[in-house]
Design a binder for this molecule. Sequence first.
Ligand SMILES: [Zn+2]
Ligand SMILES: [Zn+2]
Length: 445
Amino acid sequence: MRGLATGLLLAASILAAAPAAADTAALTKAIDADWKAHLASLYDHFHRNPELSFVEVNTAARMAKELRAVPGVQVTEKVGGTGVVGVLKNGPGPVVLLRADMDGLPVEEKSGLANASRVRQKDRTGVEQPVMHACGHDTHITGLVATARQLAALKDQWSGTVVFVVQPAEEIVGGAKKMMAEGLYDRFGKPDYALGWHVAAGVPTGTVNLAEGVTYSAADTVDIIVPGIGAHGASPHLGKDPVFIASEIVQGLQGMIGRDIAPLKPAVITVGAFHAGSKHNIISDKAELSVTVRADDVETRNALIEGIKRISVNTGRKWGLPEDKLPVVHVRVEEGTIPNVNDAELTRRLRATFARDFGEKILWDMPREGMGAEDFPYLVGPGVKGVYYNVGGTPQAAIDAAKAGGPPVAGHHSPLFKVDGEAAVKTGAATMTTAVLDLLAKPKG
Ligand SMILES: [Zn+2]
Ligand SMILES: [Zn+2]
């Protein structure tokens, strides 16, 4: 089956190869020229001036200005907080939604780059924080501008509507939900296709990584409050020690992964923070656990949440906490996200298009290494085919050197995070433009 399908794809790609190759060379050249003329300084500006989730006020204003400058794009601001939407209508045809997220992170940049951020900003709760584009969302928004400019220039080659979505607050997985709650589809058109990309430090520059099925996990943020009964540290029998009880809960949660969840179902529970107590010889009256929960399907996600409640409450009971002072598990619903499932047919179509237009070497296939999460899937409603892919951010030589024991490649959210923005913007924009040209191709004849 697989061999036959590949053969058919090859035959199709040979038929289409000649004109597409010429177009691709022209597209690459046009994006190179635009990088020099406009995009490099725009990217530099975004990198120096990151903003935190839901307070991306200046970034949103700049993106609105950039999209307004693209001929034919109608821009609406303040969609879902700081979100911006640009609509480019170009005759009859399907609707394609293109998404770029724009928020930075509360991280103090130590990348050593000349354009490193020195920004501090009050977050949405009023707490001042250092800010850094430590996840590379500055490449996404610059790439979206690049894509809009190319699609406007190539209007004679496609027919349909493109909706450019500049999304706030991906890092707290709140922005996509909020844009949808404020009528994204009703106001700007329900898409037939939704596409987005993320720069990836672990993927070589000049390549893209796209796979069908689950590519990002469901994530939940959970707080566990473990009450105790305070006492002198020398007389533990007179109190109930929440440090001890919470420690057993931490162990029990990992036991759940091994014993409760089916072995072929991926699941992660990480206790990222454990806070309790004030002094060596005081038994505290409370411990708090901050937990992230990851799963690839709804059943596993529900089983994990129910299991966390069962283990927490019953560990409290086991050590004699009174019924009205048992541990409490709070799931922060607004900070949860569903898994991203790439549409199989659309993934295969885009892989074939990218291989045809850029050569097979652009496809970088690798197994998933962790259970990262994304809120892009909230933009992919029922009946919409969605694909979210990764774009290379680190030169192959640097990845090879790290594998050989050289300097490690800094990961996302690290203060040392440092991707090749130029390469990411160019590859992201070239592939996204190509995807739209394919999905909105004018009927022949
Ligand atoms: Zn991130
Ligand atoms: Zn990110």
